[in-house]
Design a protein around this ligand. Sequence first.
Ligand SMILES: C[S@@+](CC[C@H](N)C(=O)[O-])C[C@H]1O[C@@H](n2cnc3c(N)ncnc32)[C@H](O)[C@@H]1O
Length: 285
Amino acid sequence: MTVHNTEQFEAWNGDEGQVWAAGGPGGRDVEDPDAELTRRLLDAALVGGRDRVLDIGCGTGDTTLMAASRAPEGHALGLDLSGPMLDEARKAASGRGNVTFEQGDAQVHPLPDGGFDVAVSRHGVMFFADPVAAFANVRRALRPGGRLAFICPQPPEFCAWYVVPVAALLGMPPEPPEGVVAAYPGPAPAMFSLSERDRVGDVLGRAGLTQVSIEAIHVPHRFGATAADAADAFLASGPTRYIVERDDTLTWDEARRRLRAALAPYEGPGGVLLPAAQWLVTAGR
Ligand SMILES: C[S@@+](CC[C@H](N)C(=O)[O-])C[C@H]1O[C@@H](n2cnc3c(N)ncnc32)[C@H](O)[C@@H]1O
């Protein structure tokens, strides 16, 4: 396997991948907003019938399985960097004839030329080291007239699921969100790399994709069943590591305590839900 995204390879095969594989962010025990995101994504991608579907950064495979159900005479391939997450995906797909998974870096993975009718991604396309190369690789794998649809976060100040825990770790109020985003001491987290609308259009255009459409949607982010789960999920994330490792006065125990306290008000019967804002992007080859 050739991997150019070595930083993301390490994160998603390490703590971050383990938490997601165990059903951390989002969780899989009750109906959760991620299912709503997937419905919106597959509707936008017009997945159906005999479609050959590529799911980029498929994680534990929820979206891949739903795509395969919508294309019963077709096939869905889930591609991801993370071994632990693909292990979970393969377990979930056991017995399903039209789903396969491969481990690889979407930026360079040798996908078959024109081998797919449609490529989709739920939050799996923001981590590329070279996004133009990655989307060009995906474009090459689409047949002429093929479709791309993905969901990615809008800028961090519109995402309370990011602002609330980061503010807690920094020991500041979550309002105004722009202040929290500015106070974050690290580089902008990779998950927001496509959060600027103009950048999405620019990257896709340079990758040779056409008919780009970008719609704002607002589906809450579910972190887990309880505030303790949500705190653990955020503890495993890149931004937490960045803050804790650079603040000598902040222990991991104190970080966990602050996150639990900040996330507790968002806990309800449906789990820990925080406001979120996403882009639903479609394009074509
Ligand atoms: C935020 S998770 C989303 C997972 C899944 N799509 C979901 O919605 O549950 C991002 C995923 O992208 C994968 N990923 C990151 N960079 C990748 C790359 N270059 N090629 C393939 N997968 C990648 C990670 O391993 C991780 O599983």
